[in-house]
Design a protein around this ligand. Sequence first.
Ligand code: COA
Length: 205
Amino acid sequence: MSTEVVTSVDNALTLKGKGLMQEVRTPRLLLRRWSDGDRALFAAINTDPRVLEFLPRALSREESDALVDRIEAQFEERGYGLWVVEIPGVSSCAGFIGLSTPRFEAHFTPCIEIGWRLGADFWNHGYASEGARAVMEHGFEALGLTEIVSFTVPANVRSRRVMEKLGMTHNPADDFDHPLLPEGDRLRRHVLYRKKKSSEINTTW
Ligand SMILES: CC(C)(COP(=O)(O)OP(=O)(O)OC[C@H]1O[C@@H](n2cnc3c(N)ncnc32)[C@H](O)[C@@H]1OP(=O)(O)O)[C@@H](O)C(=O)NCCC(=O)NCCS
């Protein structure tokens, strides 16, 4: 892969050129760019109450499609994004795992975030951890990132467990109120996890 790595003034990393990685494979997953065939399955995930427990609200079909458009635009603009999770033989679109740039300012921004959202039928098979481990390696090795963060509400133990399995660490001093959510919102308080390039990914699970 040939990439031109450009560190912009705000220190957020941007990749330009033809070297954009189109897909990443793991033993059980294909992480790939979005196609129109993914949109209906992704829209169904975005209305499932189980998936929405720690997310602000359901997305309409139009909002879900707009999110796919924004994700694809970010791939083109920045050289990274949230990949579709395909589980060959199981599901052509089980959700997403990937990297993104938060659209708000906080004490830890600018930064690059690792995130995930899978359909509930695919939980607890280790898929998120498997895909995220590959994404993290891609971020540190191919993209040259020095730190990746992740955040969620304190009660989202499934997501926090994935962060912990990746070897990310939580310092309570990093906890924050999400700037895009109003005071009193049930999801406003967040925990932040970080991982530096040098620290090892937990491989004992
Ligand atoms: C978070 C999410 C991606 C995890 O996907 P997944 O494929 O099930 O994750 P994994 O199987 O790799 O790991 C889940 C871990 O949580 C654990 N877990 C699941 N339910 C749990 C519970 N109620 N309490 C404690 N741990 C729990 C699992 O046992 C597993 O840990 P283990 O491997 O040590 O046993 C998935 O639950 C999801 O998409 N949730 C909805 C969207 C969301 O919240 N996204 C994150 C927003 S920040």
